[in-house]
Design a protein around this ligand. Structure first.
Ligand SMILES: *Cc1c(COP(=O)(O)O)cnc(C)c1O
Length: 355
C-alpha cells in the first residue's frame, strides 16, 4: 500500500510559517524573471547554452573536470551508483543515509547493489567504522566498491562533516580501491557554516553533487560532477532514465540565479535555526539537538506532547513542521524570516503550556 501525501486536516488554517522543508521554497520574482529571459537550446544534443554555462560553473565550483545537469538529487545518487558499481556490489554509507532510507530502493531495484549502513553519531562515521566494515576478498563476500557520505548529514541533524574526517574516511576507501561519492544535497550549507570552499570539501571524493531545490530555492535541478569519463557514462544513464531535458535552460537559469544570489544568505538560515534551538532549549522537557546548519531536530515528549500531537497542534496554528524518525524537524530557509522564528516559538510554548 502506497500512502498518498497527507492533506491538511479539517478546519486547518492556511500555512503561514513553513518549517517543513527547504524543498518547499517558492521561486522569487527575480528568479522567475531570470528564467524567462534564459537562452535555450536542446539539452539532449548538448547545445543548451544556459545548461552548459551552469555545468561549467559547477565543475569549477566543485573542482572537478565535468558536470551534468539532472532533474533531482535522487537521480544524481542513482546515476552515480549505476556508473560506479555492478550488480552484486556493496556500497557503504551511514545507516541514516538518504540513498538507504529515501530513494525508493532505487539502488537495489535499478543497480542491483546492496547498501550497508555504518554506525556513528549525528549521521557521520569515522575511519575505524569503515575499516571494521571491510570484508575479506573471497568468493563469498560481495565486492565492496563504493563509499558514500552526505554533506550535510540530513537526518543526522544537518551535521557538517569536518573536512579532516571526510578525507580520513575517503583515504580508507581509496586504499581499498573503492570509489568515493558525496551526496551534497546541502553541500553549500556546510561550506557557508564552516568557511571551507566547495572544491576543498569534495577534493577527496571522486564524484559529488549539489541540489538546487534545497536552501538555494530553485524549482528543480541538481548537478553531478566528476571526471569527464564519469560524466560521459553518467550522460548515457541520464538518457536511459529519461532525464535529458530539452530546453531545460529555463530551469538551469534558476540554478545560476541561485548561485549568484542565494548562497551567502544561507548564513541567515543557520542563524535562524540557532535562534530557534536556543528558544526551544528554554522550554523545560524539550530535547533539542544543537544545529550546525538549517535543520533543528527536537523532541517535545518530555514537555507533555508527543511529536505527532505537537505537529498537529502547530498545523492548526498555521505552522507546518515535519516529523522524522519520531522527532520533529524544523527547517529554516529563504522563505522563513527571523520574526517567524519568534512567532513559531510563541506557538510552541503556548501549545505545550496548554497540554
Ligand atoms: C533531498 C535530499 C536528496 C534528494 O534530492 P532530491 O532533489 O529531492 O531528489 C538526497 N540526499 C539528501 C541528503 C537530501 O536531503
Amino acid at each position: 500500500m502506497v500512502h498518498a501525501p497527507s492533506r491538511p486536516p479539517e478546519g486547518a488554517p492556511p500555512v503561514r510559517i513553513n518549517l517543513y522543508s527547504d524543498t518547499q521554497t517558492r521561486p522569487s520574482q527575480a528568479m522567475l524573471a531570470s528564467m524567462m529571459s534564459a537562452p535555450t537550446g536542446d539539452d539532449q544534443s548538448g547545445d543548451d547554452p544556459t545548461i552548459n554555462a551552469l555545468c561549467d560553473r559547477m565543475a569549477a565550483l566543485l573542482g572537478k573536470e565535468a558536470a551534468v545537469f539532472l532533474p533531482s538529487g535522487t537521480m544524481c545518487n542513482v546515476i552515480a551508483t549505476l556508473v560506479h558499481t555492478r550488480p552484486g556490489d556493496e556500497i557503504l554509507a551511514h545507516r541514516t543515509a538518504h540513498i538507504l532510507t529515501s530513494e525508493g530502493g532505487a539502488h537495489g531495484a535499478l543497480g542491483g547493489v546492496q547498501i550497508t549502513g555504518l554506525e556513528g553519531p549525528n549521521g557521520l562515521f569515522d575511519a575505524d567504522a569503515v575499516r571494521r566494515a571491510i570484508r575479506p576478498r573471497n568468493r563469498n563476500a560481495p565486492p565492496q566498491t563504493m563509499l558514500e557520505v552526505e554533506q550535510t548529514a540530513n537526518t543526522g541533524g544537518g551535521t557538517v562533516w569536518p573536512k579532516a574526517q571526510l578525507d580520513e574516511v575517503a583515504a580508507v576507501a581509496h586504499e581499498q580501491g573503492w570509489v568515493t561519492h558525496m551526496d551534497g544535497a546541502r553541500l553549500l550549507n556546510a561550506c557557508v557554516a564552516s568557511g571551507i570552499s566547495a572544491s576543498d570539501m569534495c577534493a577527496s571524493y571522486d564524484t559529488a553533487w549539489l541540489d538546487f531545490t534545497k536552501g538555494l530555492g530553485a524549482p528543480l535541478g541538481a548537478v553531478l560532477v566528476g571526471t569527464s569519463d564519469f560524466i560521459g557514462h553518467a550522460w548515457r544513464w541520464k538518457q536511459r532514465l529519461g532525464g535529458a531535458m530539452r530546453q531545460g535552460g529555463v530551469c538551469a537559469a534558476a540554478c545560476l540565479y541561485a548561485l549568484d544570489h542565494n548562497v551567502d544568505r544561507l548564513a541567515e538560515d543557520h542563524a535562524n535555526a540557532k535562534a530557534l534551538a536556543r528558544g526551544l532549549k528554554q522550554i523545560p522537557g524539550v530535547e533539542v539537538t544543537d544545529p550546525d546548519t538549517n535543520l533543528v531536530y527536537f523532541d517535545p515528549t518530555g514537555a507533555g506532547l508527543s511529536s505527532e500531537r505537537l505537529q498537529a497542534e502547530l498545523r492548526m496554528r498555521g505552522i507546518l513542521i515535519s516529523l522524522l524518525g519520531g522527532r520533529l524537524r524544523a527547517c529554516t530557509h529563504l522563505d522563513v524570516g527571523s520574526a517567524m522564528i519568534d512567532d513559531a516559538l510563541t506557538a510552541i510554548r503556548e501549545a505545550l503550556a496548554r497540554a
